[in-house]
Design a protein around this ligand. Sequence first.
Ligand code: SF4
Ligand code: SF4
Ligand code: FES
Length: 516
Amino acid sequence: MPKVTINDTEIEVEKGTTILKAAAQAGYEVPHFCYHPALSIPANCRMCLVEVEGAPDLEPACYSEVSDGMVVKTKSQRVVKAQKAVLEFILLNHPVDCAICDQAGECKLQDYYVAYDAQESRLRAEKNQKVKAFPIGPDVIYDGERCILCTRCIRFCDEITGTNELRLVQRGDSAEIRTFPGKELDNDYSVCTVDICPVGALTQRDFRFKCRVWLLKSTDSICTGCANGCNIHLDHFRNEIQRYKPRYNPEVNDWWMCDEGRLTYKQVHEDRLLHPTSNGVRVNWHGVTETAADKLGDAVADDGADSFGFVISPQASCEDLYLAKQFVEQTLQVDNLYLGGKPDGYEDDFLIKADKNPNRQGVAAVFGGLDQFDDFDQLIDDIESGEITSLYMMETDVPADDETRERFVEAVDQLDLFVLQSMHNGPFAEKAHLALPACSHAESEGTFVNVNGISQPFEKAFEPHGDSLPHWQIFMRFAAAMDTPFSYTFIHQIQDQMFQATEADEPEDVTQTPAE
Ligand code: SF4
Ligand code: SF4
Ligand code: FES
């Protein structure tokens, strides 16, 4: 393994390591724009120039590999002068409109200017004007004046999605990013170009002018759009999610997420069921707990456990499911289980999975398989035939087309007791004898198991909307009111027992993010 000295720090690195990566290993930042760890290396921005002892010219650290005995300086006078020159060149025609730029606060150009340049512009002539606020695709807006021509966006479309929409057109200070004539930047992952654009040249239509980034709080979470479970930063402000951004995990989604999943945050705030209701009348948790305990106890006692159905949701976390299982088996002692959740949809051969539920594998791990669940059509048949007269349902998503869903909405009228425990309002909540508001994944912590069996924790971002509670806490309340109390107080107690008792693996630490 070659030994290399970087600013007086000697380290040993793998053969083939670039100077930029070796410097990062030794604890030194080498500023860079065009280099991104997931893309090819064009070495076109020259921001990463370093001095290599014995070499006549400065070398691009992103491209040059270390050799044994190499001595590198990342902060010498020559390097500092080159960094200032590169930044001055990039900023020559830049509008410096940081005050109205969405990237301000997370912009590499802004950060590097402060750290490596910090000199006044010497330009006295008028700046070049280029295209502003150009809709380069349905979800992405391009600003030619802010673009530093690093080509990250072009390489993303060529190398990651293979859709090749973008090209560099014109030359010199007229150069800009464009799509081919008649084309748009319109692939399933197009907003990833916004994530990797180091400046504010590409912005996401949905997030533009919504919130200054320094006001955002960021919570590590998981996208609930499909069973891939892409790791995300859930960025929020005053109890409202402002955007999802992909979080690096080489086992699951690398640096990326799909455009559709990115917008699923809206479901957290749309049409929420905010308060418990009993026959449509708002009640408090104390009142509804007593009512539920009476009604559930009567339903099982009067009609028998065979007439009681329970719908489990693959949208819920493993912790919720683990207590649902105990509630079903120990408190209600019923065994007619049905599986809810969203119906299958589009999939591709990259990240997007046909299963639009984040935790089907979690259901299998907690319940020891999926064989004991009847499907949703069977549930409707069982209600219509009068075999099921009482139903407890988690969440409102049903794996059915619109027609079958309508059939279910009508069938619900036949039930003697319908208890719904859900995030969302809608026709089911309106018909429920008891409607119980449950938290979204943003308002509680928990674990999802993705399509490949990887257990992934998510954190609580903000306090629950309205009176909603995590599913597991609702089961705890009802179990206690029905004289079968569970012995948990905190979620980690559930997790400790759950990971021992089920097939769900305990989540592992996510790999550290390499410098972008
Ligand atoms: S739009 Fe952004 S990512 Fe694309 S070349 Fe310009 S600065 Fe680079
Ligand atoms: S691929 Fe699935 S999990 Fe990943 S961002 Fe898209 S919808 Fe979300
Ligand atoms: S030339 Fe190295 S990061 Fe651009």
